[in-house]
Design a protein around this ligand. Structure first.
Ligand code: ZN
Length: 276
C-alpha cells in the first residue's frame, strides 16, 4: 500500500488557550510546533493564523510570517487554509494565496456548522480555484458532504482544477457528515481513479476514523484544529497526535511518507517548498 501521508492541523479557528494550553497561536508557537510535528512524522502542515486576541485572522501578512519563518527550516508541505471563519469574502480569502505555498484548502460547497453557516457560493469556489491554478497551488478539496465531492469533479471537468484531485473528508462535525466508516466507503466509490484522499474527523472520532483511513489506503489529518484530546479527559499536543498515528500505521504494516514522498504521491508540481 502507498505510504501514509500525515497532515497536521495544529491551530484551526476554534481552540483557544483557555481550552488547551497546547494550541499554538502565535507565529513562534506555530513554527515550533510544526517543526516538532515534522520530526514526529508529519508531511503536510495545514495553516491557520490568529490575531492578538486569538481570533481567527485572514491577514495575509500573518500567513506570510508563518511561511517565511518556516522557509529553509522545513521540508513540510505548507497548506494554507482558505476557510471562511476568518472573513468570508472572496478577496480576503484569495489574498491568503499570495503566500505562494504548495497547497491550499478549497471547500466545494456550503454547510452548516453547529452555530453558523459556512457559505461557499459557486462564484467564490471558482474564484479560489482559478487563483490556485494560476499560482500552481494544489487544492486540497475539503468535503463535508457527498455533493462537495461531485462539485469538485465538475470543477475538474470544467478545467478549473487539475487532476489528480486530492480530497479531505471532514467527518463528525455536527451539521455535516457523521463520522461513519460506511460514509467513507460510500464516498470512496465516487472518487476519480487517480485521486488521493484523507480523513479528518472531529473530536473523539479522530482516532477511529484515522485508523479506518490507514487500513483503506487513505491518508490522515490529525491536530488540535479538529480534536484537543488524546483520550477522554487528557489533553493532547499536536506531536502526541502525530506520533500515535505513526505508531499505529507502522504496527499495521504501512510506512509513513516523508514530505518529499508525499509530494510524489500528491503529484505536486513543485518538488520543494517555495520560499517568499
Ligand atoms: Zn482548517
Amino acid at each position: 500500500m502507498e505510504k501514509l501521508i500525515i497532515t497536521v492541523a495544529p491551530t484551526g479557528s476554534k481552540p483557544r488557550k483557555e481550552n488547551t494550553p497546547h494550541v499554538p497561536v502565535t507565529t513562534e508557537e506555530i513554527v515550533a510546533d510544526a517543526l516538532r510535528c515534522e520530526r514526529a512524522g508529519a508531511a503536510v502542515l495545514h495553516i491557520h493564523v490568529r490575531d492578538e486576541a486569538q481570533r481567527p485572522s485572514d491577514d495575509p501578512r500573518r500567513f506570510r510570517e508563518v511561511v517565511e519563518a518556516l522557509c529553509g527550516r522545513t521540508q513540510l508541505i505548507l497548506q494554507v487554509s482558505t476557510g471562511g471563519r476568518a472573513g468570508a469574502d472572496l478577496e480576503s480569502r484569495r489574498r491568503r494565496l499570495a503566500t505562494d505555498v504548495e497547497m491550499a484548502s478549497l471547500t466545494t460547497g456550503s454547510v452548516n456548522f453547529p452555530n453558523s453557516a459556512y457559505i461557499n457560493p459557486p462564484d467564490l469556489i471558482a474564484g479560489l480555484a482559478e487563483e490556485m491554478k494560476r499560482r500552481a497551488i494544489k487544492p486540497e478539496i475539503e468535503v463535508f458532504d457527498l455533493a462537495m465531492l461531485h462539485n469538485a469533479i465538475d470543477l475538474m471537468n470544467a478545467g478549473l482544477v487539475d487532476a489528480p484531485l486530492h480530497f479531505n473528508f471532514v467527518m463528525g462535525l455536527k451539521g455535516a457528515m457523521p463520522a461513519r466508516v460506511e460514509h467513507l466507503a460510500h464516498l470512496r466509490l465516487f472518487l476519480p481513479p487517480d485521486a488521493t484522499w484523507s480523513v479528518s474527523a472531529v473530536g473523539a472520532a479522530q482516532l477511529p476514523m484515522a485508523v479506518h483511513a490507514i487500513l483503506m489506503g487513505g491518508h490522515v489529518r490529525v491536530g488540535l484544529e479538529d480534536n484537543i484530546y488524546y483520550r477522554k479527559g487528557e489533553l493532547a499536543t499536536n506531536v502526541m497526535l502525530v506520533e500515535r498515528i505513526v505508531e499505529i500505521s507502522r504496527m499495521l504494516g504501512r510506512a509513513v511518507a516523508s514530505p518529499d514522498e508525499a509530494r510524489q504521491i500528491l503529484r505536486l508540481k513543485h518538488l520543494k517548498t517555495k520560499c517568499g
